[in-house]
Design a protein around this ligand. Structure first.
Ligand SMILES: *Cc1c(COP(=O)(O)O)cnc(C)c1O
Length: 423
């Protein structure tokens, strides 16, 4: 459920008409709903009630500080994948004790940054990383809280670019080697070997792969405990899918019930790292029609493009596309490709969608754009980053203004031999 609904034929974000935002901010813009994020967070944590699970929002899904702040104020911790994300999360009000640091390639500088802050947990993904973390922690006189990310070799049944738990993927330590790695970690200085972590992929629409992976992780924890390791934590990752179009992902309640059932009486501190499920359906991308072009096919050319939302080009993703003003009941729908102005055929946001006729300047909304949308934007074709707006009830505010083209091109510098400044 989200809070982007038509009222009197006009698409609203909560109590704010989308055309009001477009008039104030221009297009394109991302628009996020506070009530939707709040609802998704509460539904998920409600489903985990009684487990004591720590919910660490994976900020790579949407790292605008106003979004992070909204979830932190609700009680979320954060899952970060880079030193930059760590800095950003703290700036938005997260505290180091609620930070989980994941990712297969943490640099020395990033590990030092996190060690100095005293974060909740490092999810270590390889033996070299474990050795480096140990050396740095010992040098700094710290003890690093470690969970080992294991790769359970489970197929998440999702798009190949976002499946992470197969043995051919770059993530984690093969589960068969975990015992050896825990023994190594226990012998190295500067490490507290606290737990096991998994994360098998994103946009997972079936409970079965989660169950299979959790089962392997919990089995490993039993083995490690039997071998004398004091395993206290289990990090179950993120990955719960959302409905973009036709999918029927498990309800958070069903997911939570499964987590409860599998982890009951195991005396484990649970960590979850949801990203998409909290913010995906809490955002839309609003664009204007530039014009329609009819040449064999019907193309609706809009002012947003693949640089603003890369998911369709990168993952063949489906996003529902709706007009901001509901069409007249007798409007004739016809199939259209919705495309951006970028000089690539891949710049196609949707293919063959039944849409009523659209006129220049009409507004359309690309739904379910709150996760992996703005964060993956680029300035390809010298297109400034679009504005981001947050709505709360009848209020709205720019939480990132549209990038200015002069600021964008001012990032380039002339080398001394060109004897110029780019003006
Ligand atoms: C991306 C990522 C997540 C979040 O995934 P979602 O599908 O957005 O829930 C969680 N944990 C790790 C380690 C990740 O890389």
């Amino acid at each position: 459920m989200d809070h982007f609904q038509y009222r009197n034929g006009v698409l609203h974000a909560e109590d704010v008409p989308i055309p009001d935002i477009a008039a104030a901010i221009g297009t394109p813009f991302y628009c996020y709903s506070t009530a939707t994020m709040t609802r998704h967070y509460n539904v998920l944590t409600g489903a985990l009630d009684g487990t004591g699970a720590k919910v660490c929002y994976a900020i790579k899904a949407n790292s605008n500080q106003a979004v992070i702040r909204t979830l932190v104020e609700l009680g979320a911790g954060v899952d970060v994948i880079s030193g930059g994300e760590l800095t950003r999360a703290l700036a938005a009000g997260a505290v180091p004790g609620d930070v989980v640091f994941a990712g297969p390639g943490k640099t020395r500088e990033e590990l030092v940054q996190a060690l100095a802050l005293g974060i909740y947990q490092f999810n270590v993904e390889s033996e070299p990383e474990l050795r480096l973390l140990s050396a740095l922690a010992a040098e700094m006189g710290k003890v690093a809280p470690v969970s080992i990310r294991v790769n359970p070799d489970v197929d998440a049944g999702t798009h190949e670019k976002i499946t992470t738990g197969r043995n051919q993927n770059k993530f984690g330590i093969p589960i068969g080697r975990a015992m050896e790695i825990f023994e190594l970690g226990a012998a190295l200085p500067g490490l507290a070997m606290l737990g096991v972590a998994i994360h098998i992929g994103s946009q997972i629409t079936d409970l079965a792969p989660f169950e299979a992976a959790f089962d392997k992780a919990l089995g490993l924890i039993d083995e490690l405990r039997a071998a004398g390791h004091e395993i206290r934590r289990c990090n179950l990752g993120g990955g719960l899918g959302i409905p973009y179009g036709g999918e029927t992902p498990p309800a958070p309640a069903a997911y939570g019930a499964m987590v409860k059932r599998m982890t009951a009486n195991r005396n484990l501190d649970l960590v979850l790292e949801p990203g998409r499920v909290l913010v995906g359906n809490a955002g839309i991308l609003v664009a204007r029609v530039i014009h329609e072009k009819h040449e064999g096919r019907r193309f609706v050319i809009i002012d947003a493009a693949m640089n603003d939302l890369i998911r369709p080009a990168m993952y063949d993703s489906w996003h529902d596309i709706v007009p901001v003003l509901a069409p007249a009941p007798d409007a004739v729908l016809a199939a259209a490709d919705v495309v951006g102005p970028i000089c690539e055929t891949g710049d196609t946001l949707a293919k063959g969608r039944d849409l009523a006729p659209l006129a220049p300047n009409d507004l359309i909304a690309v739904r379910s754009a709150g996760a992996y949308g703005a964060v993956m934007a680029s300035t390809y074709n010298s297109r400034p980053l679009v504005a981001e707006v947050m709505v709360k009830a009848d209020l709205f505010a720019a939480i990132r203004p549209r990038q200015d083209i002069d600021d964008l091109i001012a990032l380039d510098q002339a080398p001394p031999w060109q004897q110029t400044i780019f003006a």
